[in-house]
Design a protein around this ligand. Structure first.
Ligand SMILES: [Zn+2]
Length: 223
């Protein structure tokens, strides 16, 4: 049950609570907005229901202490989970609160997907920053195992930015790695210091937010 516990680390609400639908369209919604669909089954009567949720960031649990891959984090997020105790559902068929099984899938994948790595592990008075080395691919991140088959149009994603956090829960410092869309070179942004870095420097245990795109950026055409 370790992975289930880790999946819910740091959360104060159930994973499947819906946010209201956002109907307006903007550059933010067109680039970053995706849809998650949760399949929920009452363990008493086996009635199934679906809940949809809009997301702009996926907060991924970190299943291991020392090292793991981004795919391990994704497996942990999308695995079937149990809703018990305070997270029980009110089953429309039973008419009472019941334990349930829940599993998430991506119903609409965004053009740019942001992964938030849940390094700040807070459970009651237990607080800790996880310094797990998480290996993430620079290209060809395949999200198709987590996307409904009907919606697997462009499931391959490439990394184009990383936000790093150095320090612990009480204080720290943020930096960013960004890929230049024209030169394809990587740069480190550290306050007023900007320097070019090799791809080999992109993998660090400080990685906190990962930005992936399923569209290749192109050189703007001058009129
Ligand atoms: Zn039921």
């Amino acid at each position: 049950m370790e992975s289930t516990k880790r999946r819910n680390q740091g959360t104060t609400s159930t994973a499947w609570e819906s946010r209201p639908s956002v109907t307006e369209s903007s550059i933010i919604t067109r680039l970053f907005e995706g849809h998650l669909s949760y399949y929920i089954m009452c363990l008493e009567c086996q009635t199934t229901t679906y809940k949809n949720e809009i997301f702009t960031v996926l907060s991924l649990p970190i299943p291991y202490e020392t090292e793991c891959s981004l795919e391990d984090c994704l497996e942990c997020f999308f695995q079937q989970d149990m809703l018990t105790w305070n997270n029980q559902i009110t089953c429309s068929c039973c008419g009472t609160k019941q334990d349930a099984a829940v599993k998430a899938s991506i119903a609409k994948a965004p053009k740019i997907v942001i992964f938030h790595l849940k390094r700040f592990d807070c459970q009651g008075s237990y607080k800790k920053k996880l310094k797990t080395d998480i290996y993430y691919p620079l290209n060809n991140l395949d999200l198709s195992p987590y996307i409904y088959p009907l919606f697997r149009k462009n499931p391959k994603y490439s990394l184009f930015a990383v936000v790093n956090h150095f320090g612990d829960l009480d204080g720290g410092h943020y930096t960013a790695f960004c890929k230049h869309t024209v030169s394809q070179s990587w740069y480190n942004f550290d306050d007023s210091q900007i320097s070019e870095i090799p791809e080999s420097a992109l993998q660090t245990p400080a990685a906190y937010l990962l930005f992936y795109s399923n569209q290749s950026f192109s050189v703007p055409v001058k009129n």
